[in-house]
Design a protein around this ligand. Structure first.
Ligand code: ZN
Length: 57
């Protein structure tokens, strides 16, 4: 049984990363509304599913 990995989100303000189905409205690190970018990667080059895309770091 395989589950679809949840996307990885990164706070564009502090760089905090978390994996969730949807980005949080409030960044747990910044404790304010931050812009979360999807840095999840689905190709083997950057760790495969569940990894993060190095180009977005
Ligand atoms: Zn943040």
């Amino acid at each position: 049984m395989s589950t679809t990995p949840e996307p990885t989100w990164r706070c564009s303000t502090c760089g905090f990363q978390l994996r969730a189905a949807a980005p949080p409205e409030i960044c747990p690190m910044c404790r304010q509304k931050c812009e979360f970018v999807d840095v999840s990667c689905y190709i083997p080059g950057c760790g495969g599913p569940g990894g993060t895309d190095p180009r977005l770091k």
